[in-house]
Design a protein around this ligand. Structure first.
Ligand code: FAD
Length: 609
């Protein structure tokens, strides 16, 4: 049976020592946070994850969801687990108190999310998608929705979904066909089919609130292949009146569930909208006049806000799967006996040494440690920037730009690392990882979707290179480069830190060089930007994580200098930081070279095809 232990020690280190979150009382939602409150929330979340969610992970995967005549049943135990999760107040962790939530800041919801996803990714998608949906209603919904719908979602009585994808329109939402026609009373009637809708139908909650994008037809009843008429709607499974009373079943139904590689206990649904009553979220769009150029839709704004938060959440899913997979691989490496240490048997009285004696097994485990803890620090830093962006601090604009820039990096780089680590964890088990009994192959299967949904990782890379890099004249990228450069300059003469400062300096040079190359070539030949985008995103991810590891190394050194008797915790941090410098930072030069190779060969391949 796989195991999971909430990594509370690392959380406490990052929050209380490294980022000192409880001192940042000027940030919104941080006012009443003490270290005790934070630790209490994390410990209690860890407990429900270890005791309730994790034990259902393997059985949920084996059983999967059941579909019959439009009804979806989740696997055995999920209903009871969801009830205790909701009763514990976990569904409303980040929601403002006026809606019944705990009003906790993003860094805490992020860490609780990481734990639930490590314990049971399929389960955790039900409440976390719901949180994304109610956040969209809080941001842009009508007053009656905030009064009567949001509190029921916050309490977990109802759940929510995000409905974007259609059979012929996943990445390319311009092509969607679902339409919503305005009625005299101001509501809309929606018709169309959405596919791959996570938690679209299930038996955990009494009502499901679908957040849907659809096109409003023009005066001739036509819909266009662009985004100008795309709008954002709320479509409840059971109708809700403006006074909050729940009415009849709406015209939305589940046409089936997908049979898929991983997250098998999360229902991935085909959702049919048949003249369903829908409410538009946000301001009424300006329809383009006949012959007028269609521009990007204002109506998509609410959806993009929902998706940006969800992207960081998916990046955290990558960290979560790496954490749990590596915890299990580490335990296995300390119990399985295979071969002998290269320098001679470590336990001569035993038939063989433990797996952990082999350098390559240690390499994989240390890779997992360095990726997970480094990525977690970067994700937390990104969430803190998001909080600063909403504060009165003078640096709020810069913080917002940094968070905006790093969102695709967190999503794509950390989900890539998550899959890499899950795969390495399986390698540590040998054939015993490939078979199902040990549960480690489930992590590989579950972790794979994180690279695809919420915008495939290649599309995230295009978002970084095509949109985020150039935004506001490249201000976000400059802010990031300056922050890294400031640290390097301040520590350049510290001999003790040389092993950390030098590789990050080389990495930053590679990143700046590749950025300049893209700026010079990407505009004249967009294929050059497209061909190098994935390598560029990884390059930025490695450099940012390297910078974070260098800062952690400096911190750990100071703790050890103050008290050489200090725990092995700081020594292990130094080892992980060194690993990143020695084994990950050298990739930067290679990635830069790849970016600067351009697109000629790649595009010639298509021509030859
Ligand atoms: C298990 C699961 C759960 C999901 N949950 C939801 C959900 O809750 N709600 C929802 O709306 N959707 C959901 N999705 C859909 C998911 O978001 C889409 O599958 C994803 O966005 C990719 O769209 P697509 O599958 O149509 O691939 P396509 O758009 O056909 O793209 C195929 C591949 O081409 C590449 N590609 C496409 N365009 C570009 C580009 N411009 N630049 C570079 N590369 C490109 C990418 O590598 C991409 O993976 C889910 C999917 C799955 C499998």
């Amino acid at each position: 049976m796989p195991v999971y232990r909430a990594p509370l020690e690392d959380y406490r280190f990052l929050l209380h020592e490294f980022f000192e979150v409880e001192k940042q009382t000027d940030l919104p939602q941080f006012e009443d946070l003490s270290a005790e409150v934070i630790d209490d929330v994390l410990a209690n979340a860890g407990k429900i994850c270890e005791d309730v969610l994790q034990p259902l992970n393997q059985s949920g995967d084996e059983e999967g969801c059941h579909y019959e005549n439009g009804v979806v049943r989740t696997p055995k135990g999920f209903k009871e687990a969801y009830k205790s999760f909701a009763e514990g107040g976990w569904s409303g962790l980040g929601a403002p108190p006026e809606y019944g939530g705990a009003g906790l800041p993003m860094f805490l919801t992020m860490l609780v999310g990481e734990m639930t996803e490590s314990a049971n990714q399929s389960f955790s998608m039900y409440p976390w998608l719901s949180a994304a949906a109610y956040s969209a209603l809080i941001a842009n919904g009508a007053q009656w929705m905030k009064q009567h719908i949001v509190p029921r979602m916050v309490s977990g009585e109802w759940t929510g979904t995000m409905c974007l994808t259609e059979p012929h329109a996943g990445t390319d939402l311009r092509l969607m066909r679902t339409r919503a026609v305005e009625q005299e009373d101001g509501t809309y009637r929606m018709t169309g089919t959405k596919i791959f809708i996570s938690a679209g139908e299930h038996d955990l909650a009494d009502n499901i609130i679908h957040m849907v994008i659809a096109k409003i037809p023009d005066e001739n009843g036509q819909i266009h292949n662009d985004l100008s008429t795309v709008n954002f709607f709320m479509v409840p499974k059971y109708l809700v009146k403006e006074d909050g009373t729940v009415g009849a079943r709406n015209g939305v139904s589940c046409g089936g569930i997908e049979h898929k590689m991983g997250i098998r206990a999360n229902a991935t649904c085909v959702m049919n909208f048949d003249d369903a009553v829908a409410w538009r979220i946000g301001p009424k769009p300006q329809m383009p006049k006949p012959g007028e150029k269609h521009s990007s839709s204002e109506g998509m704004k609410g959806m993009f806000a929902m998706m940006n938060a969800a992207r960081v959440g998916v990046g955290v899913q990558g960290i979560a799967v790496a954490e749990v997979a590596m915890q299990n691989a580490n335990a296995y490496a300390h119990e399985r006996r295979v071969g002998q240490a290269l320098t001679g048997p470590e336990e001569p009285d035993q038939p063989a040494d433990l797996l952990i004696v082999h350098p390559d097994v240690r390499r994989m485990l240390l890779h997992g440690r360095a990726c997970t803890e480094g990525a977690r620090a970067v994700a937390l830093w990104t969430s803190l920037n998001m909080s600063i962006a909403g504060s009165a601090r003078p640096e709020r604009e810069t913080a917002g730009m940094l968070a905006d820039l790093l969102t695709p990096v967190v999503k794509a780089f950390f989900t890539d690392l998550g899959f890499e680590c899950a795969n390495m964890a399986m390698q540590c088990y040998g054939g015993h990882g490939y078979i199902r009994d040990n549960g480690v192959e489930q992590f590989v299967r579950d972790g794979r979707i994180n690279q695809i949904y919420e915008g495939a990782n290649g599309v995230q890379a295009m978002d970084l290179v095509g949109r985020k890099l150039g935004r506001k004249g490249g201000a976000g990228a400059f802010a990031l480069f300056n922050a890294i450069n400031d640290f390097l300059t301040a520590n350049e003469n510290d001999a003790q830190l040389a092993d950390f400062v030098k590789p990050v300096r080389r990495g930053l040079d590679a990143l700046q060089g590749a950025t300049l190359w893209l700026a010079q070539h990407g505009a004249s030949n967009p294929n050059d930007a497209g061909a190098g985008a994935v390598d560029y995103l990884r390059l930025m991810g490695i450099v940012v994580t390297g910078w974070m590891w260098a800062r952690i190394a400096k911190f750990a050194q100071s703790r050890l200098a103050a008290n050489p008797e200090n725990s092995t915790f700081y020594r292990e941090k130094l080892i992980s930081a060194r690993y990143w410098m020695e084994r990950m930072m050298p990739e930067c030069a290679m990635l830069r070279e790849r970016v600067e190779t351009g697109s000629a060969t790649i595009m010639a391949f298509e021509a030859a095809g």
